[in-house]
Write a protein of this length. Structure first.
Length: 200
């Protein structure tokens, strides 16, 4: 072809000088930052996982200090529990001895309450297991000639006293006694083993 056969024309001396003069006044454009090469899929996956919120940490179980446990035990009242069936059967048959007994029958309420407290505290100090508290059966609405108070009031109030905070650390539980020990007019009281913190 004619175009391919044409020889390239060389620049003349004047054209070369003119080109040099023009290019001296041209400033190169600022270089653009080249795009970063694509990261590998593994690197992208690792980066994505690092941005995901981490799973919440599970706190270690709280362990109370020794002095805190002692303080908590002092503030919490131990629950009452019924006498075990075998123990109650042995008491009814007379095969399990009673460690102590108190008869509150005929006392005024204030006198009986104080006597009961002293008796329960002493029984715990002496290591008693089961004691008998006699309240008397009485009859509701009938005045006791000796004390001037309603008969049968101790039978109703003594269980209430045994549930009160001052005696609960000493008492495990209580139930009406067998007939030969007074029946509904007496109570079997199970005494809790004494500890240093529970000693009155």
């Amino acid at each position: 072809m004619a175009g391919s056969d044409r020889k390239k024309r060389m620049l003349t001396a004047d054209e070369t000088a003119l080109w040099a003069h023009v290019t001296n006044h041209i400033q190169p454009l600022a270089k653009r930052a080249l795009p970063k090469p694509l990261e590998s899929e593994a690197a992208l996956a690792a980066q994505t996982q690092s941005k995901e919120p981490s799973a919440p940490k599970i706190a270690a179980p709280y362990v109370a200090q020794k002095n805190e446990i002692v303080q908590r035990n002092k503030n919490e009242l131990p629950p009452l529990a019924p006498l075990e069936r075998r123990l109650k059967q042995r008491l009814s048959r007379g095969s399990h001895p009673l460690d102590a007994m108190i008869d509150l029958h005929g006392m005024r309420q204030t006198e009986a309450h104080e006597a009961l407290r002293r008796f329960i505290y002493a029984a715990q100090r002496q290591g008693a297991s089961v004691v008998l508290v006699v309240t008397g059966k009485g009859a509701s609405g009938v005045q006791d000639q000796g004390s001037g108070e309603e008969r049968g009031v101790l039978r109703r109030t003594v269980p209430h006293w045994l549930r009160m905070p001052d005696l609960r650390p000493c008492v495990i539980g209580f139930e009406p006694a067998a007939q030969h020990h007074g029946g509904t007019g007496a109570l079997y009281v199970r005494i809790r083993r004494a500890t240093r913190s529970e000693a009155p």
